[in-house]
Design a protein around this ligand. Structure first.
Ligand code: FUL
Length: 656
């Protein structure tokens, strides 16, 4: 309950990756790169506090193995850097800052360690537990520990530079590690991404949403599928609620190229409704910059988001209303309908044991406008409701506003604004008699979504609004558009490199959306996909992130995609956007990138991995030393599924 009621807290990602523009360090990076000259964990804490968050979880050690605290058990830590003469300790500073700002303090400790020579052997487990002991003993109370399950295999491993496979279900001996954790921190909650049942579960995606149906249950033993992570398990035997983790930017670590990609207010509000509004908690990440601070764009976005949440839930319209229920347990006042709107989570409306089908009506006494319905179950006695609807009494007629499945600790439903004299919660199915501890009704201000911008293969820019009522304005000169900018009236042709910025504007309210900005390199008009008989292959060049193409299923890795650019260009990098479909993927994890002037003699321009692409399938940007080329070849060496499926939503180049 203590954890559940926190609802919203922060992640901070900070490590050597911050200095190498990587998502996953290999484990061989020079520790002297770590030099946060202006480190100020109080800035992080202040922002989190002002943003309404209740705690912060720090990446004390990410996959690269570098320790942000002076661990006694490795040389790969802050103690051997020249930063603060080796006397620095980020974990200590963050723990202190959290205490000062009355925030709870949490720790991320990566089980996968790409630096440690003994990773894969039993000795590493001792090392891992020693580190855990340091972290859970020396820094005061820890509310949550995060054991990331990611493991890409390859690493530096003390100079071995090899692939190391472990069996995650047996190697870490979680049972005994959990015992140690609970001994050291009896009030902690343990996060583990599924296979090894801890206290909290991952929701199967890092995009910021859990299933609409969301049971806080799983089975203690047996296989955990993606569906179980995403929707929970109705008849599970263990309480394992969902935590929705996502980053305020596309990636977890700081990448200067993402400064203009910070999530917008509408995106963050969607995430709020799709996490906290769906019986989950929200763990929102801030990447820390090399100087040791949170970027002003991220701060601005988090504070704007907090303001929007405050505005949405400012006035609870149920406060002065009257509640009546179709059935009340034993007709007793302590189970009465009024308990659902008395502002206390400790009291609840309950029905008789035999009554599942029941309704609760909230009468405003006068026509009232609203568009949000918030409902909570008294989860100390379990999660029960399986199906319910919400109806409004409009001009004397009951009208259905929304239908949903589970409630849990908190469920928030959105629907278009309605003006009604009463609202009714109708429960049609539950595992046992429903217990409703709270209902709030709100009239949230509308928030305009930014439009989307794409450029198709022929060089046409297409701007699409998120709704049918707004008008679009855009600029091509890197300036923020206003209603004085060019009005969008349909696709337009562009040549060369362009940066398009667009807003949606709603004439009736005079409101504008946040700016959407897209940078396009050279047009792909004369590009050809070499050897692809299949016209569908051109989905990779059509600019549309939602269309994808997959190589023939009989091809075996390595699988090449060769593109003829039509004429010679100077390339300095490329971009790959994987298939966004839930079931299509074929997401490349390891690649080689070749260039050629004649489609015969190839030169290797770059090779490596797309780190964390499975959990976070966003744009992958790879830069290399300038190369003249007319042909490019993206060679896929491995995918996330361990088979030969190879797909692409988009491929693009970066030129000088
Ligand atoms: C993932 C990791 O691989 C990412 O780098 C990040 O730490 C995220 C929170 O979890 O699995």
């Amino acid at each position: 309950m203590r954890w559940q009621e926190m609802e919203y807290y922060a992640f901070v990602h900070f490590s050597l990756n911050t200095y190498t523009d990587q998502s996953w360090g290999y484990g061989n990076e020079d520790i002297d790169l770590f030099n946060p000259g202006e480190l100020d964990c109080r800035q992080w804490a202040r922002i989190c506090k002002e943003a309404g968050m209740k705690g912060i979880i720090l990446t004390a050690k990410h996959h690269c193995g570098f320790c942000l605290w002076p661990s006694e058990y490795t040389e790969y830590s802050v103690k051997n850097t020249s930063w603060r003469g080796g006397k620095g300790d980020v974990v200590r500073e963050m723990a202190d800052a959290c205490r000062e700002y009355d925030l709870k303090f949490g720790i991320y400790l990566s089980p996968w360690d790409r630096n440690f020579a003994d990773y894969g052997k039993p000795e590493y487990i001792t090392y891992f537990r020693n580190q855990l002991t340091e972290l859970l003993t020396n820094y005061g109370p820890v509310f949550e520990i995060w054991f990331d399950g990611a493991n890409g295999g390859s690493g530096y491993y003390g100079g071995a530079n090899e692939e190391r496979k472990i069996d995650p279900s047996s190697y870490y001996d979680w049972e005994n590690t959990y015992k140690l954790v609970r001994e050291l921190q009896p009030n902690i909650v343990i996060w583990n991404d599924g296979g090894d049942r801890a206290d909290l579960r991952w929701v199967g995606t890092e995009a910021g949403f859990v299933g609409e149906t969301n049971w806080s249950l799983l089975n203690k033993t047996g296989e955990v599928t993606w569906n179980m992570l995403h929707y929970g398990l109705e008849d599970g035997d263990s309480w394992v609620p969902a935590e929705v983790n996502t980053s305020i930017r596309p990636e977890w670590f700081y990448h200067p190229g993402e400064d203009a990609r910070v999530k917008t207010k509408p995106q963050l509000m969607d995430i709020y409704y799709n996490s906290i509004g769906r019986n989950g908690s929200l763990l929102l990440n801030f990447p820390i910059m090399p100087n040791g601070l949170i970027h002003p764009n991220d701060e601005h976005a988090a504070l704007e988001f907090a303001k929007a949440v405050e505005e949405a839930f400012a006035v609870d319209l149920s406060e002065n209303a009257r509640a009546e229920a179709s059935n009340i347990r034993g007709k007793e006042k302590r189970f009465g309908a009024a308990n659902a709107i008395d502002g206390s989570k400790e009291t609840y409306w309950a029905t008789d044991d035999s009554v599942i089908n029941a309704s609760l009506t909230i009468d405003f006494g006068k026509p009232t406008s609203f568009n949000r319905f918030l409902v909570q179950e008294y989860i100390r006695k379990g999660q029960r409701v399986k199906a319910f609807t919400v109806e409004a009494l409009v001009d004397g007629i009951w009208k259905e506003l929304a239908a949903a499945s589970t409630i849990g600790y908190k469920r928030i439903l959105r629907f278009p604004t309605v003006r009604a004299t009463a609202i009714r919660l109708k429960i049609s199915d539950a595992k046992s008699c429903p217990l409703i501890s709270n209902i709030d009704i709100y009239n949230a201000p509308q928030i305009l979504e930014p439009p989307s911008i794409i450029r198709n293969q022929s060089g046409e820019v297409i701007i699409t609004p998120a709704d049918d009522e707004s008008v679009l304005y855009y600029t091509l000169n890197n300036q923020d558009p206003t209603t004085a900018s060019k009005k969008y009236s349909g696709p337009f042709q562009t040549e060369g490199k362009v940066e398009v910025s667009a807003i949606a504007y709603e004439p009736s309210s005079g409101k504008s959306s946040p700016v959407c900005r897209e940078k396009f390199d050279l047009p792909r008009k004369n590009w050809k996909i070499v050897g692809a008989a299949d016209e569908k292959a051109y989905a990779v060049l059509d600019g549309d992130p939602l269309t994808a193409w997959h190589q023939d299923s009989d091809k075996k890795m390595p699988i090449d995609l060769v593109i003829d650019l039509g004429k010679e260009q100077i390339l300095t990098g490329f971009r790959y956007f994987p298939d966004q479909g839930l079931w299509g993927p074929g997401i490349i994890t390891n690649y080689r990138f070749y260039v050629s002037s004649d489609n015969k003699n190839w030169k290797l321009a770059d090779q490596g991995e797309f780190s964390n692409i499975k959990n976070n399938p966003s744009w992958q940007i790879k830069m290399f030393a300038p190369e003249k080329a007319r042909y490019l070849k993206l060679q896929s060496l491995r995918n996330t599924e361990g088979n030969d499926n190879t797909g692409y939503a988009e491929i693009d180049i970066i030129t000088k």
